[in-house]
Design a protein around this ligand. Structure first.
Ligand code: NAD
Ligand code: GLY
Length: 361
């Protein structure tokens, strides 16, 4: 078991990783004096697999427990679901000190995080991520959001959890496609800031995809450390540092929006986005073609798709202009200078953008 601290002054918190971390949940929450009643937000898949175990850990320690099951879909990151949850929470939260537990993947984390951030102007939040993607990325750093028909993650808040309990024992039940989706974010960390991790991934793709315990522990801990360091320097993405965590996300989010979240997983969309961003990097004279080819072949090693089908180039470009990173009408992309080094660039000419997008369509 390891504890990684995210140092953010009075908003600092621990991320507990390793097998069996979830068994420490009750003791950790008591130490934090977090409240009396857990409001667990989850979906039917996670509830069926692990709900009983979490409930009994909490009940044995004397916590009140209420479970709210939301649909297993990106659609749970909506006004409708969030307000349904908030009404349910309000109806049960009488004479209690309630805290929210986000128990599931990134969808649950973003929706539950949003609910915890806005209900009563903020009640304590605990993340217990159960997908690889949520363990390496979405449970750490305090971004919470719901989507609008106009675009992804357009309504949200920075709201840090009080603790993250990241137990790899949840991962063996994850479908392979979801393991690969998590690997896309792991490749992202390697590409933007850790050439050593990139080489590790090149050498250990098969081990990671087969959920080898040692390999998983290594990459999960490494990614959380990278994210913690970046978030500590630029918690609210105001200094241009945290922005690099969005490598691949401009195109990725546009693909998710245009395909209405039904065709590709978030990780698959990000894989396309990373490829497009690497092509932009090469065309802008920043990245060596060989490094771009290494990224392409690593993405293929993890059996992530490299070409999106039936997508309209112009719709994709239009959807990108909703990106939160864009400044007015100036486009802004995270690009690579080398494997392990990313920077933000603005005003990528439209012909470069179109050419880069054609490589993934
Ligand atoms: P997800 O939450 O949809 O989970 C993927 C699937 O795995 C779901 O069907 C879920 O029911 C299932 N599942 C979850 N845990 C399981 C387990 N242990 N065993 C078996 N099945 C399990 O998808 P995700 O990839 O975890 O998250 C994607 C979301 O995260 C997107 O909405 C994305 O925008 C968001 N995200 C947020 C941040 C952030 O910083 N807030 C960062 C990255 C991604
Ligand atoms: N996933 C991007 C971020 O947390 O900043």
């Amino acid at each position: 078991m390891e504890t990684i601290t995210v140092n953010l002054g009075d908003r600092s918190y621990s991320v507990i990783t390793g097998e069996g971390a979830v068994d420490q949940t009750a003791a950790r929450l008591k130490n934090l004096r977090i409240g009396s009643d857990a409001y667990i937000i989850t979906n039917a898949v996670v509830e069926k697999l692990y709900g009983k175990r979490l409930r009994s850990i909490l009940k044995r320690a004397g916590f009140g427990v209420r479970v709210k099951v939301v649909p297993d879909s990106e659609r749970s990151k909506s006004m409708k679901t969030a307000f349904d949850v908030i009404r349910d929470l309000a109806s049960s939260d009488i004479n209690k000190r309630t805290f929210v537990i986000a128990f599931g993947g990134g969808v649950i984390g973003d929706c539950a995080g949003f609910v915890a951030a806005v209900y009563k102007r903020g009640i304590p939040l605990v993340h217990i991520p159960t997908t690889l993607l949520a363990q390496v990325d979405s449970s750490v750093g305090g971004k919470t959001a719901i989507d609008l028909p106009e675009g992804k993650n357009l309504v949200g808040a920075f709201y840090q959890p009080r603790i993250v309990i990241s137990d790899i024992a949840f991962l063996p039940s994850l479908p392979l496609r979801q393991v690969r989706a998590g690997c896309a974010e792991i490749i992202k960390y390697a590409a933007i800031s850790d050439a050593g991790l990139f080489s590790f991934l090149e050498q250990n793709a098969a081990a990671i995809l087969s959920a080898d315990r040692e390999a998983l522990v290594h990459v999960v801990n490494r990614c959380i450390r990278i994210k913690a360091k970046i978030v500590e320097k630029d918690e609210r993405e105001e200094k241009g540092l945290r922005t690099i965590l969005n490598f691949g996300h401009t195109v990725g989010h546009a693909i998710e929006t245009v395909t209405k979240y039904t065709v590709y997983t978030h990780g698959e969309a990000i894989a396309f986005g990373m490829l497009a961003a690497a092509e932009i990097s090469v065309a802008s004279g920043m990245l060596d073609k060989g490094d771009c080819a290494r990224l392409r072949s690593l993405i293929a090693d993890f059996a992530l798709p490299v070409r999106a089908k039936n997508l309209d180039l112009d719709k994709l470009i239009a959807a990108q202009y909703r990106d939160k990173k864009f400044s007015g009408s100036r486009n802004r992309f995270v690009v690579l200078k080398a494997i392990g080094t990313a920077v933000v660039t603005e005003d990528v000419p439209l012909q470069i953008l179109r050419k880069a997008l054609r490589t993934i369509l």
